[in-house]
Design a protein around this ligand. Structure first.
Ligand SMILES: Nc1ncnc2c1ncn2[C@@H]1O[C@H](COP(=O)(O)OP(=O)(O)OP(=O)(O)O)[C@@H](O)[C@H]1O
Ligand SMILES: [Mg+2]
Length: 224
């Protein structure tokens, strides 16, 4: 089992979108994965998968002694996920131990994250780090900051450049030069992500033969 944290140095870069679509891509290859909502301040995984109010969440695992298995749910696409509670405090300092029972049951645990006071604990619970950035200087600068922090804890796998397609984008070459990690995939700005949110499903599961799904499949293949 490998735990992959999806991180960015700036809010709204596309971490949750990446985590969900990567899980759908692993699912497509028959690889067992679980997406865990470790963005406790702004948990979106349950909402985006059409299940906003589930009885047992990551909070109950971390704070109330429930087993992680009680908090794993399955979306109709097959994507398995652990939601976080929309309110209530919890510490992520025991996250790695909380996830340990998934060993042998999941090949990949994908952590959706925020960039906040929980970041250090999430990084410490991770084996691998996937960095999401937008192709602009502010976002890439933020990515550089979190990469420096992440390198102390885990293996940085590379970079997902999300929302590409503007003539003013930073180039892949420049992003790689600045971050010193490879760009694994570039995901274009596309209105279908809004459609997928409306349908409460990962885009790569809804349009599994489309061009964007193919990009997430290619990303998953690099990470398998
Ligand atoms: N490639 C894209 N094209 C169009 N819209 C996108 C794309 N990627 C993400 N979005 C949209 O941008 C918004 C932010 O994306 P997302 O929630 O994945 O970011 P995040 O990094 O998880 O944000 P937060 O820091 O708040 O957790 C969402 O509405 C999402 O649907
Ligand atoms: Mg998010």
């Amino acid at each position: 089992m490998r735990t992959i944290a999806v991180v960015s140095g700036k809010g709204g870069a596309g971490k949750t979108t990446t985590a969900l679509n990567l899980a759908a891509a692993f699912q497509r290859f028959g690889r067992e994965s679980v997406v865990v909502d470790a963005h406790l301040r702004s948990p979106h995984i349950g909402i985006l998968l059409g299940a906003a109010n589930l009885p047992i969440t990551l909070h109950d695992v971390l704070a109330n002694g429930r087993s992680i298995f009680e908090a794993v749910y399955q979306h109709p696409s097959g994507v398995r996920f652990v939601p976080a509670a929309l309110s209530g405090a919890a510490s992520l300092s025991q996250l790695r131990q909380a996830l340990q029972p998934l060993e042998g049951k999941a090949e990949k645990v994908i952590l959706d994250t925020g960039y906040d006071e929980h970041t250090a604990a999430v990084l410490a619970a991770s084996d691998e780090i996937l960095v999401v950035t937008n192709p602009d200087l502010a976002s890439v600068t933020g990515a550089l900051q979190i990469i420096k922090e992440a390198e102390e804890h885990a293996t940085v796998l590379g970079v997902v450049v999300n929302r590409t397609g503007s003539p003013y984008d930073m180039s892949k070459v420049n992003i790689e030069a600045m971050l010193e990690y490879p760009v694994l995939v570039e995901i274009p700005e596309h209105q279908d992500f809004r459609m997928a949110m409306h349908e409460r499903a990962p885009l790569a599961a809804l349009r599994s033969t489309g061009a964007i799904a193919a990009k997430y499949h290619a990303l998953a293949e690099l990470l398998i």
